[in-house]
Ligand binder design. Structure first.
Ligand code: AMP
Length: 402
C-alpha cells in the first residue's frame, strides 16, 4: 500500500509518499509561498537529484496537481499512475475534544473539522483546504485526518482545565489541548523500544524543541500533561512565540500602548520568544553564534530557553512521581548539542547523568546518558510522517482490501 502524507500550512504544502510494505520513503517534497508568483517547489527521490522550481502557484489545489504530475513523471516520478496512491493521510493541527484518534474523512468529519477551526483559526483552515484539494483531485482515494491534539486527549481534567469560570470550558471549549502529539507519541514509542520496555511501565518526558517547542509527560504510554495549551502559543519560550506570560500583561499593554488585540496577538506570536529577547533571530544557530561573540541579549535568550525547559522537566517529573527517560527531538532537540547540555545541567538531582561524549551528535538516534544513569536520556529524530502513514494504513486497510 502506498500512502501519501500531506501537511498543509497557510502558504505551504509538505508531502511524503511511503510504501507501507517496507515503510520506505518513495519521494518527498515541499511547496512554499503558495499564492505567490515566485512560489517554490522542491521534490526529492532518495536515489535522484533534487528537483527545484520557482513558478506561480495560485493555491493548494494547483500545488497538488503539480505534485501528482511529478509523482508520475517519467524523469522524476516514482509511480506509473495516480491509481498507485492508495490513501492520503493529512496532518490536522486541532481536533479539539471531538477526536482522540485519527479518523477516516467523511462529510460529517469535515463538518466537525470546520467547527474545530473556530478555536484554531490560524491552523485548521489550511489543513481543511489541503483535504478539499485532495478530495477534488482524487475523489475515490480514502483520506484520513491525523491530529496534533489527539495524543493529549488522555490528560486528566486537573491538567487540562484552566482556573477560569467553568463556563469558559463548557460553553467555549477553552482548555489545554496540547500539540505536537504525533511527534511526542512517536519518540516515546521509540524510547520504549530502545529501552527494551513496554510504554506501560515507563514515565517519559519528551522534549520537542524546534521553532515551536513543547514538552509532554507520558506515563504508562498516555500523555498526562503537556506545556502547550489552548493554542500553540503557550508553554516554553519559542522562536517567535512568547510562551506562558501573566495574562494581566495583555490588558496592561493594551491600556498603556493603545495596541488592539490583533496587534497584541501578532506581537505574542511573531515578535516575541528568543527573537524578541535577543533582537537577533529566531534561529538558535544564529543566536548561538551571536552569543559566542559576546552578544548579551542573545546569551540571555538562550539562558531563558534552557531555564524554562528545565523548569517544565522538573514539574513533569513531579506530576509523574519520577521519570525514567528524557527524550530530545525536533530541530533544536536533535541538533543542539550545547542546548541539551545546558538543559541537563542541574537535573542530576532527578538521577540523570549526561555523557558529554555521547551527546556530541546531531540528528541521530542515540542514548546520550552515561552507562547506568538512573534516568536515561535520548536523542530521537522525530518522524511524524511515518506515524500519519501508519494511522492512514490502519484506518483504510480493510476499506481498500490491502
Ligand atoms: P524545527 O521547527 O523542528 O524544524 O526546528 C527548527 C529550529 O531548529 C531552527 O530554528 C534552529 O533554531 C534549530 N536548529 C537546527 N539545527 C540546529 C543546530 N545545529 N543547532 C542548534 N539549533 C538548530
Amino acid at each position: 500500500m502506498n500512502v501519501l502524507v500531506v501537511n498543509c500550512g497557510s502558504s505551504s504544502l509538505k508531502y511524503q509518499l511511503l510504501d507501507m510494505a517496507t515503510e520506505r520513503e518513495l519521494a518527498k517534497g515541499l511547496f512554499e509561498k503558495i499564492g505567490d508568483q515566485d512560489a517554490m517547489f522542491t521534490h526529492k527521490r532518495p536515489d535522484a537529484e533534487k528537483l527545484e522550481r520557482v513558478e506561480p502557484i495560485l493555491n493548494h489545489k494547483e500545488a497538488l496537481k503539480i505534485l501528482l504530475d511529478i509523482l508520475v513523471d517519467a524523469e522524476y516520478g516514482v509511480i506509473s499512475s495516480m491509481d498507485e496512491i492508495d490513501a492520503v493521510g493529512h496532518r490536522v493541527v486541532h481536533g479539539a475534544e471531538k477526536f482522540a484518534d485519527s479518523v477516516l474523512i467523511t462529510p460529517a468529519v469535515m463538518d466537525a473539522l470546520n467547527e474545530c477551526a473556530v478555536i484554531a483559526p490560524l491552523h485548521n483552515p489550511p489543513n481543511i483546504q489541503g483535504i478539499e484539494a485532495c478530495q477534488a483531485i482524487m475523489p475515490n482515494v480514502p483520506q484520513v485526518a491525523v491530529f496534533d491534539t489527539a495524543f493529549h486527549q488522555t490528560m486528566p481534567p486537573e491538567a487540562y482545565l484552566y482556573g477560569l469560570p467553568y463556563e469558559a470550558y463548557a460553553d467555549w471549549g477553552i482548555r489545554r489541548y496540547g500539540f505536537h502529539g504525533t511527534s511526542h507519541k512517536y519518540v516515546a514509542q521509540r524510547c520504549a523500544e530502545l529501552m527494551g520496555k513496554h510504554m506501560s511501565d515507563l514515565r517519559i518526558i519528551t522534549c520537542h524543541l524546534g521553532n515551536g517547542s513543547s514538552l509532554a509527560a507520558i506515563k504508562g504510554g498516555r500523555s498526562i500533561d503537556t506545556s502547550m495549551g489552548f493554542t500553540p502559543l503557550s508553554g516554553l519560550i519559542m522562536g517567535t512565540r512568547s510562551g506562558d506570560i501573566d495574562p494581566a500583561i495583555i490588558p496592561f499593554l493594551m491600556d498603556k500602548t493603545g495596541m488592539n488585540y490583533q496587534e497584541i496577538d501578532s506581537m505574542l506570536n511573531k515578535r516575541s520568544g528568543v527573537l524578541g529577547i535577543s533582537g537577533v533571530s529566531n534561529d538558535f544557530r544564529v543566536i548561538e553564534e551571536a552569543a559566542s561573540k559576546g552578544h548579551k541579549r542573545a546569551q540571555l535568550a538562550l539562558n531563558m530557553f534552557h531555564h524554562k525547559v528545565r523548569r517544565v522537566i522538573g514539574s513533569f517529573a513531579a506530576v509523574m512521581g519520577g521519570v525514567d527517560a528524557i527524550v530530545f527531538t525536533a530541530g533544536i532537540g536533535e541538533n543542539g548539542i550545547g542546548n541539551r547540555d545546558e538543559i541537563c545541567n542541574g537535573l542530576e538531582y532527578l538521577g540523570t547523568r549526561l555523557d558529554t561524549e555521547r551527546n556530541n551528535c546531531r540528528g541521530v538516534e542515540r542514548e546520550i546518558s552515561v552507562e547506568g544513569s538512573k534516568v536515561k536520556i535520548f536523542v530521537i529524530p522525530t518522524n511524524e510522517e511515518i506515524m500519519i502513514a501508519r494511522d492512514t494504513q490502519r484506518i483504510t486497510a480493510t476499506l481498500i482490501g490491502k
